[in-house]
Design a protein around this ligand. Structure first.
Ligand code: BV8
Length: 259
């Protein structure tokens, strides 16, 4: 019963919301079949810790291993679809004047679900670039066009350097423009909706605190408590693919009641 009351409360805040900031992590894609970042990966990758592979040092030490890790994740992501949670978040853009969806995920499922105003803090799994940025920062490389596209890794057609995933690795700076836009959205939000993140990766994990400090109502959707739960005005304990459609339905009821 408490969860239904909390969903109704969250729905009421969203019904009156003018500026919504959303922060998502790997949990929102779990029900689409993409393992979360801290799920034990299966098969060959089970023995590796992704945070140890997602670094410039790991790629310098063993480009093949890191390239194959991302090729494996691209293969998983190629066959999956957005789930009801992604679709509910996209639907919010139809009802709330300003929605900024800030994601830590590198899959394209929010865009596939129809979200338009997406800030991808950590890059895209389907994008690659020259390790040396030889034509500018970044130098995008479409590996499908490369003669050695099946190499691990392929080489840049301009300078011969290894091609690398266009994602933000641990120890690498995020795009200042993306970061500024994300912090602005959090600072001006009247509601901050956090979905499916363990809240341990910075600077993304700072965004809910910025919103809270600026007076936003904070809603967290996650089956587990996280370091962000203490900031939440309401914690909706459950899977986003189940919870978010229920919040959306509650919001529509609240909007109809107000008409
Ligand atoms: C930076 C792209 C500075 C790659 C990612 C020591 C040394 C070096 C750096 C640091 C350090 N200490 C701290 C740092 C900073 C570091 C950091 O925060 N480290 C952490 C681990 C302590 N951050 C950085 O390095 C960042 N850069 O600080 O640069 C700088 C400045 C100037 C100049 C140079 C440098 C860069 C961080 C970005 C790293 N790249 N991804 C890739 O994906 O391969 S982050 C990676 O983790 C993923 O993007 C992932 O999204 C992200 C966070 O994880 P989550 O999304 O939260 O996923 P997780 O699995 O953890 O949790 C899933 C959650 O879902 C759980 O809570 C679970 O309960 C929930 N869930 C499960 N099922 C469901 C669900 N929720 C809802 N529904 C469900 N069904």
């Amino acid at each position: 019963m408490a969860l239904d009351d909390d969903i109704r409360q969250a729905a009421g805040w969203l019904a009156g919301c003018k500026r919504l900031a959303i922060l998502t992590g790997a949990g929102v894609s779990k029900e689409s079949g993409i393992p979360t970042f801290r799920d034990a990966l299966d098969g060959l990758w089970a023995r590796y810790d992704p945070t140890q592979l997602a670094t410039p040092e790991a790629f310098a030490a063993d480009p093949k291993l890191v390239w194959d890790f991302y090729a494996y994740r691209r293969q998983i992501a190629r066959d999956v679809q957005p789930n009801a949670g992604h679709r509910a978040l996209a639907a919010l853009e139809q009802r709330i004047p300003t929605v900024t969806l800030i994601t830590q995920n590198i899959d394209d499922l929010h865009e596939l679900a129809g979200s338009k105003n997406v800030i991808r803090l950590h890059g895209r799994l389907t994008a690659n670039k020259c390790l040396n940025h030889c034509q500018g920062e970044p130098t995008p490389i479409d590996i499908a066009t490369l003669p050695n596209k099946d190499a691990s890794p392929p080489t840049c057609p301009h300078c011969g350097a290894p091609v690398r995933p266009d994602v933000v690795w641990f120890g690498e700076a995020l795009s200042p423009a993306n970061l500024q836009a994300a912090f602005d959205a959090a600072d001006h939000a009247d509601v901050m909706l956090i979905v499916g993140t363990s809240g341990v990766v910075n600077p993304a994990a700072q965004l809910p605190g910025v919103a809270k400090h600026a007076g936003a109502k904070v809603i967290e959707v996650n089956p587990e408590r996280t370091p962000l739960t203490r900031l939440a005005d309401v914690w909706l304990a459950g899977a986003s693919g189940d919870i978010l459609p229920r919040v959306m339905a509650g919001m529509m009821n609240a909007l109809d009641a107000n008409e």
